[in-house]
Ligand binder design. Sequence first.
Ligand SMILES: [Zn+2]
Ligand SMILES: [Zn+2]
Length: 391
Amino acid sequence: MDAKGFEVRFISELKGRGVFANKSFKSGDTIFEELPVVCCQFSWNIAYKYAACNFCMRPLETTQDNVRRLSGQKALVLPYPECCPTDSSSHAGQTDGLEYCLESVPDAAWRQFHQTLCVGTEADCQSHPLQRLDEAWRQMHFPPETASVMLIAQMIATVRQAEDPEAAINILSFCHRSRSEEQQLAHKLLGDQFTSQVDLLRQLLIEALYADCVQQWLTPDGFVSLLALVGTNAQGVGTSPLSMWVSRVAALPLCPEDRANIDTFIDGLYDTLHEEGGVAEVGQFLNNEGAGLYALQSRCNHSCRPNVEVTFPHNSSRLVVVATQDILPGEEVCISYLDECVLARSRHSRHRLLRENYLFVCTCPKCELEAGDPDETSEESDNDSNSSEQD
Ligand SMILES: [Zn+2]
Ligand SMILES: [Zn+2]
């Protein structure tokens, strides 16, 4: 009945809504693709000169430049340059200090917020409240970053420029929680030592972006709601000219000798990047990193035994949800909010993380099955299971 192959359905007061398959999917099939409602690169990632389009996250560096920068080896020459995904002519250049790709600039969605977020010429940049907001955020969020206050700035800009601001607010209102739950989530996002600065962020946002149509988000409670929303719904986005080059090289029809040579080269390259190279100095990340809010993906509930995964095969912020096992009509489509190592831990550990970060108790099939297990955290000698609380 539904050509899309899935639908969003109300489950219960407690669980809210979820995404359900209404046809069969094979493992590896795409369930859906979507562009973010808002998306931005992380502040430190930009500060460390990771070059990505500020709208679509597409890399703006050639693979060779990327590898030279990350390894600190200025003369490094990358073989198979034809596998580089980045064409220097695709770079539209800077607009008020931020970089954009050529494809994004004519995009209507780009115009949706850029006009509002434009901070003017280089000279005006430093003193602009948005720059001060970004600066304040960076002081609260050292790498690894998990979210960005600029997502909130983009949400506000999107509503301000929308023809129907109220409809835009509705699209961006992902969840409804109690005030104390929101406080808890906002504090979790900022870190305890920074909670006193919530009001600084809010004041800077008001200074930069206040308009009557967004005033509900700029009250003390409204702003905490936004932080909670970003904290629980922001999806990490990573792009890299290197990983794209590596997968294109892997697909080349090479003779065994050339294949062996390039494999050795790539292994050595990654060793250099991880060990001796500049990666440690530039914040210990290889990728352009950012986060986005996705209307449909954020409707997918968590399971400790997920049947889909979130991927970014286009090397941009376009998200693709792919089945990791066969899915039958009527089955709920579930992603995991926890990464793979955490998923491998005991029910007790998983529950603690889900409770702290997302405020819910997981009742997925795996958790139900393990419900009788003792609460030991066994060999999980990780830094986040040594707090002394218990279930
Ligand atoms: Zn772009
Ligand atoms: Zn579970």
